[in-house]
Design a protein around this ligand. Structure first.
Ligand SMILES: Cc1cc2nc3c(=O)[nH]c(=O)nc-3n(C[C@H](O)[C@H](O)[C@H](O)COP(=O)(O)OP(=O)(O)OC[C@H]3O[C@@H](n4cnc5c(N)ncnc54)[C@H](O)[C@@H]3O)c2cc1C
Length: 369
């Protein structure tokens, strides 16, 4: 894979609205910044190679390299990647109470990993008003504050890029498939930097079909005269509900999912990963039982953590119904198929996109749209 620099990143990804604002390119240099869920360089940079390009999950991802690095084997495409075990799970009786999106598996395991010393901090996603905000936390209280899903693009990995400077040695990271792919690229040290130190200690991935563009969502809500400051929680109940539910301070509002899908960026349509394949553990909602999660155990580290958490009452496990596994397999395979078709339709597999000519025209100051 040929690694280019920021100009090519802007031309190939941002210029075609394919960025999903995962944050993997943010805060590596003084240029790429994030604002209201968008990522943009504030000044031009003419480096011929950069980590911004090398970490991007939307460009030239070398699945074989990731698979060899994290699972010690060549990549073999399957609906949801490497699996040691798949089951259903929820927070156990000894994990702290809180308000969780589903079964609380993510928060319970993050707190447990912190208390066991497997991690000394975690990169999570909180909210500032309605805008998702990456947050570096190192206490159970802060982990609980970050619980629940913000169904919007979030530059979570930006926080990984700066956590090392704060002296943490082993980070837990929670994120969606694009964020986890960006993180995996970053952990492979694609530019072979001598000063690189992988401080990632545990990776918890979320299932994700798509996320909403934050700016477009704010405009959508304002047009409907919804007070964004009053939003308490959001949910997408599993099929066949086809609705998006917003819990406000004094009411609950529902929108047809089709209206919300209009706010999903093009970059989500080319994502082949439903279950966050480059992780220790992946967690999603269990269809038909919102207070449980589906849990995929991918690595030995993940399996040991889950077993210890079960033994100490932090996690409860149960067998996943055969029908649920069948439906998940179908949904994950479908996402891969749709991503392939979308990439073809957008011309991303053509020679010109795969091997771009070096751009000669210089960028000037960039702005946030
Ligand atoms: C954008 C998005 C789309 C999703 N789509 C699906 C789906 O299609 N199918 C499915 O089964 N599950 C999906 N999920 C996962 C689901 O909503 C729950 O996160 C999951 O079931 C874990 O539940 P929990 O109770 O264990 O989480 P909790 O214990 O409540 O913890 C939630 C965690 O999610 C993190 N988080 C919240 N928002 C974001 C964000 N935008 N980016 C990164 N991290 C975030 C928080 O840091 C927190 O640690 C999606 C989640 C997100 C954020």
């Amino acid at each position: 894979m040929q690694i280019f620099g920021p100009e090519e990143l802007l031309q190939r990804i941002h210029g075609q609205d394919l960025c999903t604002a995962c944050g993997a390119c943010v805060d590596l240099c003084p240029y790429f910044k994030t604002h209201k869920g968008k990522i943009s360089p504030i000044f031009s940079c003419d480096r011929s190679q950069g980590r911004c390009y090398a970490h991007c999950p939307k460009i030239d991802v070398d699945f074989n390299r990731l698979s060899e690095t994290f699972f010690n084997k060549p990549y073999k495409e399957s609906p949801f990647g490497e699996v040691r075990k798949i089951c259903m799970s929820k927070k156990g009786v000894n994990a702290p109470e809180g308000t969780f999106q589903n079964g609380g598996t993510v928060s319970a395991l993050t707190i447990f990993a912190l208390q066991q010393g497997l991690i000394d901090a975690a990169v999570l996603t909180d909210r500032n008003g309605i805008i998702p905000k990456p947050r570096l936390v190192d206490s159970p209280r802060e982990i609980l504050e970050c619980a629940t899903s913000k169904y919007m693009l979030a530059p979570t990995i930006a926080c990984v890029n700066t956590a090392g400077e704060k002296g943490y040695k082993s980070l837990g990271v929670v994120g969606t498939p694009c964020q986890m792919t960006g993180l995996a690229q970053l952990r492979c040290n694609p530019l072979y930097r001598k000063d690189f130190n992988d401080i990632t200690g545990l990776v918890l991935g979320l299932f994700c079909s798509w996320a909403i563009d934050t700016s477009r969502f704010i405009e959508f809500l304002e047009a409907k005269e919804i007070n964004v400051a009053a939003i308490k929680a959001m949910d997408i109940p599993p099929p066949p509900a086809e609705i998006f539910v917003l819990t406000l301070e004094d009411s609950v509002v529902e929108f047809p999912l089709n209206e919300i899908r209009e706010l999903v960026p093009k970059g989500c349509t080319i994502c082949p990963d439903l279950t966050s394949e480059w992780t220790d553990l992946s967690i999603g909602v269990l269809e038909g039982q919102n207070s449980w999660n589906t849990l995929i155990i991918r690595t030995e580290k993940g399996e040991d953590l889950v077993n210890d958490a079960v033994n100490q009452g932090f996690l409860e496990l149960a067998e996943l119904p055969e029908e649920s596994q069948k439906n998940l397999t179908h949904a994950a395979a479908n996402k891969k198929k749709r991503a392939r078709e979308a990439s073809d339709a957008l011309g991303l597999n053509c020679e010109e996109f795969q091997h771009p000519a070096k751009k000669t025209q210089k960028q000037t100051i960039m702005g946030f749209r």
